[in-house]
Write a protein that binds this ligand. Structure first.
Ligand code: NAD
Ligand code: GLY
Length: 384
């Protein structure tokens, strides 16, 4: 019997449209180089729209602000823009307050649409502002990082971080459209491309071994520049995310699998005070390696599967240990990391919840994982 041909996820026409099926709240994700010109589509979903309120960060505004302004002008839309500092620290109560006040100063009304133009930080913050301003406004996501194009712009999770942990204050509020212009990624630093790549690989590791196997060969083309592989990987990731969201919008069950690597990852981010030391995607990569190692140590998956995950992320240049490069400068006390995990949204009555795996593409939710099983995994990765 001949072996099945290897799956190929590359996009031959360089463009895709993915529907998030949520009834009358459903929306399209438009993907491709130049998709920004589809900003005119805003007119189709909002025929009476006169102006949009763009929320962005300084870096994106400097690099791509004119491109968006041109697209909106061509669509006959007036715009106001609020520009915020870049970085995770912007997802805070203080920035939420100043964003809401800035938008209210511009006399925002229910006929306006907020446009979140940036990475996951801007998308999460602007989406949350849209959820609460005037008790709920429409918003559109125009994601500009790989991470935001494959994950955070889709699915309606919006949030800010607090001292107690990541994304602990937020709302489910679906965008009206997502426009993922892959050409915007050309200016993204490699570090941020790789951080986003961790979320691409995540879809393969959760439930799609064929996609992961393809990525093992194609990852360099996905992060290397505009290519059929990159557009295909983004479109495939969006299809996977759209299916999870359509099935379980408010994370009552299967959507929780998308948090693979996040119980560990959020604890690592909290330990660094949400600074630039560790990007979210880097924390997810490290957390995913730890989750597979924990699964192997509990006898749930083979050590070979855990090793395959580590080798892949290491080959791509993502951190796979707390001993890596600049991370080694911090002590990472294991007990304190476990305390951060207890503040995680998934924790119930103080017990720890993880996404574990029985193999590549076989993730599941594990409640009540004892802390004494987690600490050796943290220490094996360099925690004190
Ligand atoms: P980010 O938004 O901080 O962007 C990373 C950096 O890239 C920033 O400095 C930004 O200014 C810069 N940048 C953005 N677009 C650029 C471009 N085209 N060219 C050059 N530089 C550009 O970070 P991120 O990795 O996009 O997102 C991380 C955030 O997303 C985290 O807060 C995480 O919690 C959140 N997230 C949310 C969800 C969700 O479902 N809502 C899912 C995953 C992650
Ligand atoms: N990124 C996790 C989710 O959207 O559910």
């Amino acid at each position: 019997m001949s072996a099945a041909p290897a799956a190929d996820f590359a996009s031959r026409d360089g463009a895709a449209r993915v529907r998030v099926e949520l009834g009358d709240r459903g929306y399209d994700i438009v993907i491709g180089g130049g998709a920004l010109s589809d900003a005119a589509a805003l007119r189709r979903s909002h025929p009476k729209l006169r102006r949009v309120l763009v929320v962005t960060d300084e870096t994106v505004q400097r690099l791509h602000g004119m491109r968006l302004a041109d697209a909106l002008a061509r669509a006959g839309l007036a715009r106001e823009t609020v520009v915020l500092p870049p970085g995770e620290a912007t997802k805070s109560f203080a920035m939420l307050e100043s964003l809401c006040e800035a938008l209210l100063e511009k006399r925002i009304d229910r006929g306006d649409v907020i446009v979140a133009f940036g990475g996951g930080v801007i998308g999460d913050l602007a989406g949350f502002a849209a959820a609460v301003l005037l008790r709920g406004l429409d918003y559109v996501q125009i994601p500009t990082t790989l991470l935001a194009q494959v994950d955070s712009s889709v699915g309606g999770k919006t949030a800010i971080d607090t001292r107690q942990g990541k994304n602990l204050v937020g709302a489910f509020h679906q965008p009206r459209a997502v426009i993922a212009d892959t050409a915007l990624l050309d200016t993204l630093p490699r570090r941020d491309l790789l951080a986003g790549y961790a979320e691409v690989a995540k879809y393969g590791l959760i439930a799609d071994e064929a996609f992961f196997a393809w990525l093992e060969g194609a990852w360099a083309a996905v992060v290397g520049g505009a290519s059929a592989e990159r557009t295909g990987a983004i479109a495939h990731s969006c299809r996977a995310k759209a299916a999870f969201v359509a099935e379980d919008e408010r994370e009552a069950g299967r959507r929780a699998l998308l948090n693979l690597g996040h119980t560990f990852g959020h604890a690592l981010e909290a330990e660094c005070g949400f600074g630039d030391e560790l990007r979210h995607g880097e924390a997810v990569a490290l957390g995913t390696v730890m989750a597979f190692d924990l699964s192997a140590s509990l006898g749930l998956c083979s050590p070979a599967a855990a090793d395959r995950v580590r080798r892949h992320f290491a080959a791509a240049g993502l951190p796979t240990s707390l001993r890596a490069n600049t991370l080694a400068a911090r002590a990472w006390p294991a007990e304190r990391l476990v305390e951060h995990m207890r503040s995680d949204k998934k924790a119930r009555a103080g017990t720890l919840t993880f996404i574990l795996a029985r193999g590549i593409g076989q993730a599941f939710v594990a409640h009540d994982v004892p802390a004494d099983k987690v600490i050796p995994t943290l220490r094996a990765h360099g925690a004190a």
